[in-house]
Design a protein around this ligand. Structure first.
Ligand SMILES: Nc1ncnc2c1ncn2[C@@H]1O[C@H](COP(=O)(O)OP(=O)(O)O)[C@@H](O)[C@H]1O
Ligand SMILES: [Mg+2]
Length: 416
């Protein structure tokens, strides 16, 4: 079997990372400031599968690289992915321990002397309160001060190391922020830490937080002033050229040839979602039999990918196993029409009275998008449309499901 470099279930390796240039440059410019003592932090947000973790992995790689071409960044970095229900002090404690795992024993013992009970056997313990401990507010302040104390000592120490081991700054990456139990508390806590370090001339610190849009909202609701320290960055779908680049990098790595016209005409199916692109790339190499990716491979792979996504990315966007409700009927109409439709058209073909009441839920699920200019509705991606068509095809044929729509929009549209 040939080597398949596409893997939708793991984080892409740096050499196969494609596109996202503007995002990378924007973040790197800020990290360059961090290197000079001006703190900068980010909240990178977007849907599942949009490429947040992959982008963070690349940023961390560059931040550690000491590469003259890449701003000579020389950060100490940590990555932590939050589990459901964890609180921010547990997460920060884990991040700090991740950082200290990467510093020299000299630094660790020096820190141990200065930090006393906060650092035992090379591990930090934050927020260990005595039993008579006071109110929540007081506890929050204790936690913040402990974190400030640890980070100032750590930053000071890494900057003072011998030339070959020296680091300029710290980058703390926290993924899956929507899982944090006390997300509304985070902004104020982190802002307090960053500001204090800045005042102490130890502002060589950046946080890169990541999560869903709901998390970024809760985060800033907790402390709107944190917008000055944290840059919200929305990660969107990949433009066509970048989506193609993901595939061509993988094709080259696998040493297969490809039909460029087939790639050009089929790439749109993915809607620019990196996870879908990886899965599709994986399936293209699986179905191919002659090391030449052609139109037939595309047809088979798209079909297979759409079917697989029914139980993955699309499972929360359409009920593939239950009864057809109004929401599913709206999506069926959009899938069969294979073109954006106005709200009036949807009400007519889906035979529902008020489409407006379903829009918030459809948008929340990520099933539809709305054209800003025309107000027309369209599906998340063509792959999603295909996944729906695979599900309803029999009904369309046997029961003449949505026959009016097919007659008026699909057949007439084709003849025109
Ligand atoms: N820029 C990229 N180039 C190539 N593959 C990517 C890129 N961004 C994401 N991917 C791949 O797409 C999939 C989903 O990305 P991921 O970073 O896990 O998304 P998120 O963290 O937003 O849920 C992963 O397999 C990842 O390796
Ligand atoms: Mg992720």
């Amino acid at each position: 079997m040939k080597y398949n470099p596409f893997n939708p279930n793991s984080v892409v390796s740096t050499n196969l990372f494609a596109g996202r240039k503007d995002y990378v440059l924007k973040i790197l410019r800020k990290l360059e400031q961090v290197k000079n003592g001006m703190p900068a932090s980010f909240f990178l947000y977007g849907e599942r599968g949009i490429g947040k973790t992959a982008l963070a992995k690349l940023i961390m790689h560059i931040a550690e690289a000491k590469d003259p071409v890449l701003e000579n960044l020389n950060f100490l970095t940590s990555y932590y992915s939050v589990d459901k229900g964890q609180n921010i002090s547990a997460v920060l404690q884990a991040s700090l321990n991740e950082l200290t795992d990467r510093v020299s024993p000299n630094i660790l013992s020096a820190l141990g002397e200065r930090l006393g009970y906060l650092l035992k056997n090379g591990k930090f313990t934050i927020g260990a309160f005595s039993v008579d401990m006071r109110s929540t507010e007081e506890k929050n302040i204790v936690v913040r001060d402990q974190l400030i104390s640890i980070l100032s000592n750590l930053i000071e120490a890494i900057k003072k190391e011998d030339e070959d081991k020296k680091r300029d700054s710290v980058l703390i990456v926290i993924d899956e922020m929507q899982n944090i139990s006390d997300v509304t508390k985070c902004a104020q806590l982190l802002r307090g830490i960053v500001t204090t370090l800045d005042v102490k001339s130890l502002g060589n610190i950046g946080f890169l937080l990541m999560g869903y849009e709901s998390a970024v909202k809760d985060f800033f609701d907790g402390d709107p002033s944190a917008r000055r320290q944290f840059d919200p960055i929305e990660l969107g779908v990949m433009p066509v050229d970048e989506a193609k680049e993901v595939l061509t990098k993988g094709f080259k790595e696998a040493e297969v040839l490809w039909d460029q016209a087939a790639l050009d005409s089929n790439i749109l199916a993915t809607g620019g979602y990196p996870h879908s692109i990886q899965l599709l790339g994986h399936n293209l190499l699986e179905v191919d039999g002659d090391n030449q990716i052609d139109g037939f491979d595309w047809d088979k792979a798209i079909h297979r990918t759409a079917a697989e996504l029914q139980s993955k990315d699309f499972s929360g966007m359409y009920n593939f196993h239950g009864k057809t409700s109004a929401i599913e009927r709206i999506l069926d109409v959009l899938a069969v029409a294979w073109q954006p439709l106005s709200k009036q058209e949807i009400m007519k073909y889906a035979e529902i009275k008020n489409v407006y009441q379903y829009l918030p839920e459809l948008k929340k699920r990520g099933s539809i998008k709305i054209d800003a200019d025309t107000g027309n509705l369209f599906l998340h991606s063509r792959l999603f449309g295909i996944a729906i068509l695979l599900k309803i095809m029999d009904k369309v044929k046997k029961e003449n499901y949505l026959s009016l729509l097919i007659e008026e929009k699909v057949l007439n549209g084709k003849n025109a």
